[in-house]
Structure formats: structure tokens, C-alpha cells
Design a protein. Structure first.
Length: 369
């Protein structure tokens, strides 16, 4: 038979007059429970009720407006701190017609080239009181479109796009609706828009001419996908430099395609292992350069190399490069975007930034005898 004296209501005190363990634990849990659950953020009404003031007074304090006594402001600030209130900037700026945010569509967030570019855009956005939201297209045109339209649906004021696709007419309704657009690193496809580029043609031409000046006549070019504007421009610069020097170009010396290491290694092997191997290589971007450097490290015969884009440790490894100023690209594009947001209405502009040849040793190796 159960002893009823061992069971009692845990919400009452026991015979000693002390609360039971169950009651103590329950009270402790209640004391720790926050006033607002996740997703239920405190509002200005909550702040007003806690401070014992009107809603308009809280609004004045939150927005830094005059007309509030120091004592009242202190009570409101204390309530804000106690509740963890944060101003809803999205609602505030939407009422003014601007969201104070801009979007950046990159090709690949993991690519070191885009780090300084993104940081420069963010610094300009911050100087204008705007938030930067970015994402990666992974070099996929469909994903680029999906991401760009998703950002527009969230009512960003403007977009900076590094395009993966070649047809950007899908953005025309957004442009008509007032979203500012700037394309960077590559031009927009089939629409007129502000564009900020590096001089890919001129940079490649200078890099190949540098190899020619050091005695090379058989020079290979390994670049990115042929649908990408920068890859095509750099190949054009390679051909122009060879033509300037009166040198023939063999079809087997040129390879465009994926920057995956296996594809690049195959291209290097094809150019170096034939009966008349090339004596120098021009790498069309940083990812190609990294794979080429690794491949050349395992070979006995010296091969000259110039890469387009600087890479980490290139100064220590002695890699000659054609350097772009990624930060300048981002900063120029962002400044152009905010000019548009501030009301500039002139025709779309194309800005082309110069590249810089940095000789470090690999591009100065003479042809093997």
C-alpha cells in the first residue's frame, strides 16, 4: 500500500515550511526565462511601457531627435538596454524608399582575387551607411540569375555583379524599377550598364612581350573557359604580342577550358612533352598559375612563366605576374554604384584599369639550350 504522506503538491511548502526541490527548480527555470522568446523581438511599444513614456518619446530617443529631457532619455535608454531592443532599420528605410543595402554577386567567394575586391566594396558601402550582402554564383549563369533576382526581391538599392552569364536582359525590369547596376571584372551581356574592368588585353600583351624580350619564341597560353570575357581578352593579348614580334602561333600552344587542376596539368604536359615543346608559358589567371607552378616544380628542364593575377607567396616563389588591382576594381565599381544612387543620370560608362607587370624571376628565365 502506498504511503500518501510521501506524496504532496510540489507547489506547496513541506512540513518544515521550506519549498520543495520541485518547486525550487520550477521557480529557478521561471526566473531564467527571458521576457522575449526567439523570434519575438521587443518593440518600441515594449520600451515605452517599461519606461513609462509615450511611443513618440521612444521614437525621438531612438532616432536622436531633440525634445526629450535628460531624465526621460535615461529612462528610455535603460529600458532599451534591459529589453535588448534594436531599431528596425529595414522598416524605417523602406518608408523612405531606400533599404540602405546593396548586393554583390561574386564568381567564387573562395577565390583570393575576390577578397580585396569585396572588402573595398564593403568599405565604400559602409561610408555611405549601407549594408553589403554578397553571394557566389559559382560561375553558373543560372545561379547568378537566381541570386541577383533574390537580392532584388529583398529590395537592395543596387547591385554589383561579376557576371557568370552572357545575357543579362533578365535584369532590365529591375533597372526600370530603379535598382542601380554596375558590372565589374567582366561586362554585362546584351544590356547597357556601367562596367569596371582591368585591361586584360593590354596586360596579357605586355606579359607575353616580356617573355619574347627574354628570348622565347615558342610560348604556350593556358586560360579559362572560352565563354568568359577575360579569358578571351587575354588570349587576344597573347596573339597580338606574338603577331607584333612576327612569331607564328601553333594551335597546340593554346588551351582554354576549366581551371580544374587535372585539365591544366594535361595542358602543361601537352605543351612541354611534344617533339617541339614550348619554352615559356603564360597562365591566364591565378588558379591556372598555381597549378602550373606545381607542375613545373617536378620537371628538370627550366620553363619560363608569367601569370595573370598575383598569387599568395608569388614574391617568395619568384613568380613574375601581371597584377590587377582588385581593391581598385571593387572601390571604383562601388563608387560608381553610389553615384547612380545619388542621382547621376549620364549614359553607362566603361572604366578600364591598368595592370602592372611585376618581374620576379620566373618570367626572366631564358630558353633552354
Amino acid at each position: 500500500m502506498l504511503d500518501a504522506t510521501r506524496f504532496h503538491d510540489p507547489t506547496t511548502t513541506d512540513r518544515t515550511g521550506l519549498r520543495t526541490v520541485a518547486e525550487t527548480a520550477r521557480t529557478s527555470r521561471t526566473a531564467r526565462r527571458p521576457d522575449h522568446r526567439y523570434g519575438n523581438r521587443p518593440t518600441m511599444k515594449d520600451v515605452a511601457a517599461r519606461a513609462g513614456v509615450g511611443l513618440k518619446t521612444v521614437s525621438r530617443v531612438v532616432n536622436g531627435e531633440p525634445g526629450v529631457t535628460p531624465d526621460t532619455e535615461r529612462r528610455v535608454q535603460d529600458a532599451i538596454q534591459a529589453l535588448g531592443f534594436r531599431r528596425n532599420d529595414s522598416a524605417r528605410v523602406l518608408r523612405k524608399g531606400r533599404t540602405a543595402s546593396v548586393g554583390l554577386v561574386l564568381e567564387d567567394l573562395a577565390d583570393p582575387f575576390y577578397g580585396p575586391l569585396s572588402r573595398a566594396v564593403e568599405e565604400v558601402a559602409r561610408a555611405h551607411g549601407a549594408l553589403l550582402i554578397n553571394g557566389s554564383s559559382a560561375e553558373d549563369p543560372e545561379r547568378e540569375q537566381e541570386l541577383a533576382l533574390a537580392l532584388c526581391a529583398r529590395r537592395v538599392d543596387g547591385l554589383i555583379v561579376i557576371p557568370a552569364g552572357t545575357d543579362h536582359r533578365y535584369l532590365e525590369p529591375e533597372i526600370r524599377a530603379g535598382v542601380a547596376m554596375v558590372f565589374v571584372d567582366r561586362p554585362a551581356g546584351r544590356i547597357e550598364a556601367d562596367t569596371v574592368l582591368s585591361d586584360s588585353f593590354g596586360g596579357a600583351r605586355e606579359g607575353v612581350a616580356h617573355l619574347i624580350a627574354h628570348g622565347h619564341r615558342r610560348i604556350g597560353f593556358i586560360g579559362d573557359q572560352p565563354r568568359i570575357h577575360t579569358a578571351v581578352e587575354r588570349l587576344r593579348g597573347y596573339r597580338a604580342a606574338m603577331e607584333d614580334a612576327g612569331l607564328p602561333v601553333d594551335g597546340s600552344w593554346m588551351s582554354l577550358g576549366s581551371t580544374e587542376p587535372a585539365r591544366v596539368r594535361d595542358a602543361v604536359a601537352a605543351m612541354l612533352d611534344g617533339p617541339e615543346p614550348v619554352t615559356a608559358l603564360f597562365a591566364g589567371n591565378n588558379r591556372v598559375t598555381v597549378t602550373v607552378v606545381r607542375e613545373l616544380a617536378g620537371r628538370d628542364r627550366p620553363v619560363a612563366l608569367v601569370g595573370f593575377d598575383d598569387i599568395e607567396l608569388a614574391d617568395l616563389l619568384g613568380i613574375t605576374v601581371i597584377a590587377q588591382d582588385a581593391a581598385a576594381l571593387g572601390r571604383t565599381a562601388a563608387e560608381r554604384l553610389f553615384l547612380r544612387l545619388d542621382g547621376a543620370h549620364e549614359a553607362p560608362a566603361r572604366v578600364e584599369l591598368a595592370t602592372t607587370l611585376i618581374p620576379r624571376g620566373s618570367g626572366e628565365i631564358p630558353p633552354a639550350r
